[in-house]
Structures are given as structure tokens and as C-alpha cells.
Write a protein that binds this ligand. Structure first.
Ligand SMILES: [Zn+2]
Length: 94
């Protein structure tokens, strides 16, 4: 039997446990894509060259983190309730 541990609190769960939930998190860049049109190829080429220069000196892991990251967690019912109530783990101080 496949056994899971809650990724947040560590409680044991079975594969078909009614109290096992999956949490997916995606983080990706919100910047819009480079606008490329036939009427403005010189400007688009400049933007592309600028991006390539930035990538040349960048840490590949940092580029990947800033572009797209996804996570998948198994959580128990108590942790599901906690995460739904406060998904971004906001503090009241701000
Ligand atoms: Zn839990």
C-alpha cells in the first residue's frame, strides 16, 4: 500500500485516504511577451538583443525560478483547512 505523509505536518495518510488532498502551486512571470510585428522589426530586434544580453550573464537557476516554477504537495484535512483560510501565509502585521 502506498503511504503518504502530509507535506506540511507529517501525518501519515494512505493513497485513497478521504483526508488526503493535493495542493498545486504555480509561480510564473507576469511580464507580457515581446511585441513582435512586421512593422517594427528593428524595435523587436533591439528588445530581443536586450533579453539575450541579460540571459548571457544570468544564473540559469535564477532564470528558471523567475520564469516558471510549479510545486505539488500532499496535505491532510487539517492542513487543507489551514491553507484555504490563508493560502499566502499572510501575517496580520504589514
Ligand atoms: Zn497536515
Amino acid at each position: 500500500m502506498i503511504r503518504y505523509d502530509c507535506d506540511r505536518c507529517g501525518v501519515a495518510m494512505s493513497a485513497n485516504d478521504a483526508n488526503r488532498f493535493i495542493v498545486k502551486l504555480e509561480v510564473f512571470a507576469a511580464a507580457s511577451p515581446i511585441d513582435v510585428s512586421l512593422d517594427d522589426t528593428e524595435n523587436a530586434s533591439g528588445q530581443l538583443q536586450e533579453v539575450l544580453e541579460q540571459l548571457k550573464n544570468a544564473d540559469p537557476n535564477e532564470v528558471e525560478d523567475k520564469t516558471y516554477r510549479s510545486f505539488r504537495f500532499d496535505v491532510c484535512d487539517n492542513c487543507r483547512k489551514y491553507l484555504i483560510a490563508n493560502p499566502l501565509q499572510r501575517t496580520t502585521d504589514s
